[in-house]
Design a binder for this molecule. Sequence first.
Ligand SMILES: [Zn+2]
Ligand SMILES: [Zn+2]
Length: 333
Amino acid sequence: MGTIHLCAEQTLVNGSTGDPVLYVDYVDSDNALLFDAGDNAALSMERLADLRAVFITHHHVDHFIGLDRIVRANIDSDKVLSIFGPPHTIQKVYDRIRSYEYQFFPIQKIVLDLVEIEPHQLTRARIECTKRFPPPQPVSEPRTGRTIFSAPGLTVEAVAVDHTVPCLAYALVEAPAYHVKSTAIADGALRPGPWIREVAQRLAASPIDDGSVTIQGLKIPLQQVAQQYFHRAEGGRLAYVTDTVWSDTVQSDLIEFCRGANRLYCDCFYAEAQANSALKHKHMTTQTVAELAIRAKVRELILMHFSGRYRGRYEKLVDEVRGRFPHVSAQWA
Ligand SMILES: [Zn+2]
Ligand SMILES: [Zn+2]
């Protein structure tokens, strides 16, 4: 039943060449996560409506233009959508929200939980549609540790990086857990239902629970359901690092942040030949990406945010990294 892979279903929405946008979903949960809010036109409104939290690295247009579709997809939902980002996120999201005219139908119940992340504090503001989006009243609290978000079975961590504006990197940490096998659901006799969550929680509490569970009127031994329908995930780490230069101020933090990650999604804006541009515009290069992956001992590296100047020869960027770090790939949308 064991696996060392991440359980997150990951979609690098625009591949390695467009705006970096990573959509993360779990088969047995309807709480999806989104890293960055750039162009997300390739994501359906249905998938955006499943979001529980959005993690914005910074407010450059290629990381923020997609906020409008996120709001549009969720405005009618009776839910709390958390939006994390660097300083000024609260005001910038609020300004966008206020730029629309609202009918304020009673069905529009969205609550936005806005959180600004700084090294030693978190600043929160909650703005609610039913209250007609009054001006935010931010409240700060001390921050201890790297974790900024928790949900059942996972946490998200953040660390500051070194870009031309305040910018964050994020890591998704999966706890060891039991997950339903979607193929077993498709092939098996049991229909999906609340029993999936119940069994997962009971196995997490006690993997040798020898009780039974009632599913669709049938009393079935828990271990039998576990064997047929569940697998145990060992937990893992996914790091999302973009729009940073490989400077002395962030190297050790980033190596520590990405240490042992099962998968690292990383900015690879420039080839090594453009290292001076990378310093000026504060991006990574094929050389610095490889150095981060090697020193952090990540298992797999996926490159993203290739500069459009390499159009037609993007593979050369992948080859440059592969020369130093073999477990690297790119994705083509
Ligand atoms: Zn940027
Ligand atoms: Zn960017």
